[in-house]
Design a protein around this ligand. Structure first.
Ligand code: UDP
Ligand code: MG
Length: 324
């Protein structure tokens, strides 16, 4: 039996592109239904992220004219990641599979067939991966590359060149719901869910209309969010720096004392001052680092992420529901 697909599209001030996106997605859904790939109850779900233009009015209008269009409206602008989560959590109540994509048609909608093929092969999460970034500006390409490199060095497992174009099964979405963190960085959280996954390559096009809603400031915030919510390594670096400085100051202290005794050539008081400055400087950084470690622990605790996810259970014989 074919599955119900919901395509979740977060929109922030997207009035210029919405009609085109609706037409393209409607046509795509119709074709997929005709080919028996997805169920006829499949829908597009727009999430209006507090747009200041006519985006929501347009969504309401399309909803009246087009049976494929549904919408969710957020109370205010909460940013792409939160809008996306709102859409995913709403859609999973109605859908078997959900694909998330941007409103600007940069993601190749024809890759959806391959997404569903992978889902039918048993994958719960399918990542859309850009095969090239030729259409991006030099600046965007290189900052993005640096971002993935830093993230991976810091130990967060992000899929290289994958934005938020992906398929998730209902089961994966139900698990995503358990990640209750407020600092949302879906690209880092979703790989933590596990299950069988696959990558599907596609060519990323230019924005179909309108301007990027991710100016440099938002991009920097997004990168910091990604790093800080996935790694305590920056804190570790402080601790190690403090430790090294302390060790070096200690060696220096010994040198200063020896030179004071041996050649007695220093100004009176100099030795003590230098030695104490170095020692306390190093010691203070070390202490800050240690406090930081604790804050890091508290930080990850307050997120209350699930400690494990059970994929399957084998029920024991004899007891009702496996309970003896
Ligand atoms: N978006 C959103 N809320 C925001 C900013 C962006 O919902 O505060 C949406 C936007 O409408 C688009 C997607 O997130 O569907 C990605 O934004 P954009 O295409 O502008 O980013 P870029 O592709 O330039 O990185
Ligand atoms: Mg875009």
């Amino acid at each position: 039996m074919s599955k119900i697909l919901y395509v979740v599209v977060p929109c922030y001030n997207e009035e210029e592109v919405l009609e085109l996106t609706t037409n393209k997605l409607t046509e795509k859904l119709k074709n997929m239904i005709k080919d028996g790939i997805i169920d006829k109850e499949s829908k597009i779900m727009y999430v209006n992220d507090g747009s200041k233009d006519k985006t929501w009015e347009l969504i309401e209008k399309y909803n009246k004219e087009n049976k494929f269009v549904t919408g969710v409206c957020l109370s205010r602008n909460r940013g792409h990641q939160n809008a996306l989560l709102a859409g995913l959590m709403t859609a999973k109540e109605y859908a078997d599979i959900v694909i998330s994509m941007d409103a600007d048609l940069q993601d190749d909608i024809d890759a959806m067939d391959k997404f569903i093929e992978e889902y039918n092969n048993g994958c719960d999460i399918v990542y859309g991966v850009r095969s090239s970034r030729e259409k991006d500006t030099w600046f965007k390409k290189n900052t993005a590359l640096a971002f993935y490199k830093i993230m991976n060095k810091l130990g967060a497992e992000v899929v290289y060149n994958h934005a938020d174009y992906r398929l998730m099964s209902k089961r994966a979405l139900n698990e995503l719901e358990n990640y209750e963190e407020v600092n949302l960085f879906l690209r880092g959280i979703i790989p933590l869910i596990g299950f069988k996954t696959a990558n599907v390559e596609y060519v990323r096009a230019e924005r179909a209309a309108g301007e990027s809603k991710y100016p440099l400031k938002k991009m920097i915030n997004f990168a910091i969010e990604g790093i800080l919510s996935f790694s305590v390594k920056p804190i570790r670096i402080i601790t190690s720096t403090g430790f090294c400085i302390s060790a070096l100051s200690f060696i220096y202290l010994i040198y200063v004392i020896i030179s004071h005794i041996v050649n007695n050539a220093t100004e009176p008081g100099w030795t003590t001052i230098i030695a104490l400055i170095c020692l306390f400087g190093g010691f203070q950084i070390l202490c800050i680092g240690i406090i930081g470690e604790y804050i890091g622990k508290i930080y990850s605790e307050t997120k209350r992420r699930p400690r494990f996810i059970i994929e399957k259970t084998i029920l024991q014989d004899g007891g009702k529901d496996g309970k003896k």
